[in-house]
Design a protein. Structure first.
Length: 670
């Protein structure tokens, strides 16, 4: 391939324009969610959460050797690098398909639609968000699109070596993320429609299987790493059954069923509401430009049904199946949004083909002005997501996650123990302690039994909440080390031992121990919180807003007794920032209730019910709030909803009976 070829130059332009934007907006350190855990796993060649990301860990280890920036920045660059390569692969796919549609098309008619498709995808909200932080999705999309491109080449050239290469790459794509399995129906269709009797040919199936298994062999990294007892070692795999459970996501319980069954059958049960939700998601990613994909589908169908059905199958299974299983909760939507990136890539391909089809239509009608108009107009398509999504995805000054971890470590005394729960606390602290070696005197215990932090003396994940609290109470008797609990940890509610909020963590008290007020105030003065209250209050990232709201909730809790008005102001601000998370609304409702402001408490809990419609605890709390306000009919209705959601919910049936008894008497329920 000649370097002065305009198509090669255009591919380089795609890489440069996308990488430049990613680099400018790159997060300068660790981010929220899995970021800290994945960085740590790659840096130490450990085992991340199931089903494991061996290719990411191995390539990530190479990127950690880059001689500039922190380890976190190097891993963020990895995401940006493969995001740009993914955009290049998208460019190549559209270029190939346009050439197939019309081999005599002028270079500009091939190149421009390919540029539009690749850069529109590059600057789409979700893909861009993954390109500037340490996450697995840009590498996965690159390997997936590379395998798709190779399969299209095979369909054109019918070269068996290309089919073997595809098989290897597809195996590697599955190890990068199991969501690649949703492309199997489309891939299989293209192979069989191109050569129906291909698997009857001698040796072809064997060689494909061997190449596919060679790609899957990347999974061997998981048990090999686990055998070396790395510092981060999810599931602590000891045998073959443990390895199978790890790959099958057994520890996720119901989620495993969702992934293996509901995702596969989801495409068969799409309803109108889910279709509307899917169209809304597409609109959020591509604005109105995704409507051009209709023209692309029509143009491709008129030329070849094979490629049309192939791409539609890839889209329907990779997008439709997942949309149909999104449970509607804020956390469910947040987690699932990145699962749709494969489907978004197919839409971007159709957008590129749509641009070509319109330009070609007017060119065929000898209306060069309209054809030129389509080309000029479409050239601005990538500018729309670039401008719309820039502010939200500009993480260049975002130290919130890093400072959150630093502030937690700064708050704790020497040789402290910390019981941590949640991705934000566990993953960020994993990076700070295991990569940057911050506060080696502090021992952190995660809530899943030492999967992230090796130090563990019990498997928290196997214990009921009450048993966990009892175990911690026994621990207090065996050690004199200071014990802390992260804000929002379930132990804050269930542990009977006295606790006090010190900064943004709770300290478990011994023998009437009290932290001096001056020290508590000093922590807040020394915290790195400028951007928390000013720079990122409009952030749309679920976990980022959770961190920001923790500061507001913690400070509000600290000042509420003496400065009630200021405390309420902070609680309300926390509920606005973290508008679709439970903790902020629960805390606001609790303090409203303590102040006798029952109407406000009810409204706060109603917000939880709206955002978490399947949460029995939310309906239970709503019933309690109604009962305290003397609204027993409404309380009974709320508790009856609890029974529908969870028939075994403790005491709820007894409360319903009490409410029915007290309806006429107006007595409070205790």
């Amino acid at each position: 391939m000649r370097l002065n070829n305009p198509e090669v130059k255009s591919a380089c332009v795609v890489f440069f324009l996308s990488f430049l934007v990613y680099f400018i907006t790159l997060c300068p350190t660790v981010y929220t969610g899995d970021s800290g855990e994945l960085i740590t796993a790659a840096y130490t060649l450990g085992v991340p959460h199931s089903p494991g990301y061996p290719l990411y860990c191995l390539i990530g280890k190479l990127f950690t050797l880059i001689p500039f920036g922190s380890v976190a920045v190097r891993m963020n660059v990895l995401s940006a690098f493969f995001a740009s390569l993914s955009s290049v692969m998208l460019f190549c796919i559209v270029l190939r398909l346009v050439r197939f549609l019309n081999p005599r098309t002028q270079p500009v008619m091939r190149i421009l639609p390919s540029l539009v498709a690749s850069l529109t995808y590059a600057y789409s909200a979700t893909f861009w968000s993954q390109a500037v932080i340490a996450e697995v999705y840009t590498l996965w999309i690159f390997v997936l699109l590379l395998s798709l491109f190779i399969l299209i080449l095979w369909a054109e050239k019918n070269n068996d070596r290309l089919l073997y290469l595809f098989s290897f790459l597809y195996g590697a794509a599955i190890t990068s993320h199991q969501l690649s399995l949703f492309f199997a129906p489309g891939f299989l269709f293209l192979i069989l429609s191109r050569e129906p009797k291909i698997f009857l040919r001698k040796g072809i199936l064997l060689y494909m299987a061997l190449a596919f298994r060679a790609g899957l062999c990347l999974y061997l990294y998981i048990p090999l790493s686990a055998m070396s007892n790395p510092v981060i070692n999810w599931n602590k795999i000891r045998n073959f059954n443990g390895f199978v459970d790890y790959l099958g996501r057994k520890q996720y319980g119901e989620f495993r069923q969702n992934f293996s069954l509901r995702y596969i059958t989801g495409i068969l049960s799409l309803n109108v509401n889910k279709i509307k939700q899917g169209l809304t998601l597409l609109g959020n990613e591509f604005s109105v430009t995704y409507l051009f994909c209709v023209f692309g589908i029509i143009q491709l169908f008129l030329k070849t049904r094979r490629y049309t059905v192939f791409l539609l199958l890839c889209f329907l299974f990779s997008f439709g199946s997942i949309v149909n299983t999104i449970d509607g909760s804020p956390l469910g939507i947040y987690i699932s949004r990145v699962f749709l990136l494969g489907g978004y890539a197919i839409i971007a391909i159709f957008i590129g083909l749509g641009v070509y089809s319109l330009a070609h239509f007017y060119e065929a009608k000898r209306n060069k002005m309209l054809s030129l108009g389509v080309i000029v107009m479409s050239a601005f398509f990538p500018v729309v997501p670039l401008c719309v999504n820039y502010h939200q995805n500009d993480q260049s000054k975002n130290y919130i996650a890093y400072d959150f971890g630093i502030n937690m470590l700064h708050t704790m005394e020497k040789n402290a123990l910390l019981l941590a729960q949640g991705d934000n606390a566990v993953a960020i602290l994993a990076y700070l302690k295991l990569v940057e070696n911050r506060r080696p005197d502090i021992t952190v215990y995660d809530n899943v039994g030492g999967d992230v932090f090796k130090e563990t003396f019990f498997d928290f994940s196997l214990l009921a909440p009450a048993e966990r609290a009892a175990f911690v109470e026994e621990l207090l008797k065996k050690t004199a080390r200071p014990l802390y609990i992260t804000f929002g940890h379930e132990l804050v509610k269930t542990l009977k031992q006295p606790k006090e909020l010190v900064g943004i963590v709770y300290k478990v008290l011994r023998d009437k121990e009290v932290t001096p007020q001056e020290r508590k105030e000093r922590y807040w003065r020394e915290y790195r919180i400028n951007d928390i209250f000013y720079g990122f209050l409009d952030n749309k990232d679920y976990l980022m807003r959770e961190i920001i709201s923790v500061y507001h909730m913690a400070l509000g809790t600290s000042v509420f007794a003496e400065e009630r008005a200021f405390g309420f102001e902070l609680f309300r601000k926390a509920s606005e920032i973290s508008y679709n998370t439970k903790l902020a609304q629960e805390l606001l409702a609790m303090h409203y209730s303590l102040a006798g402001m029952h109407a406000q408490a009810i409204e706060a809990i109603k917000k939880i019910v709206i955002t978490h419609p399947n949460d029995a605890q939310a309906y239970y709390n709503l019933g309690v709030a109604y009962a305290k306000a003397g609204m027993y009919k409404q309380a009974i209705a709320a508790w009856e909803d609890v029974v529908k959601l969870d028939p075994g919910f403790i005491n709820v049936k007894e409360y319903i009976m009490k409410a029915q008894t007290y309806l006429s008497e107006g007595k409070p329920i205790h």
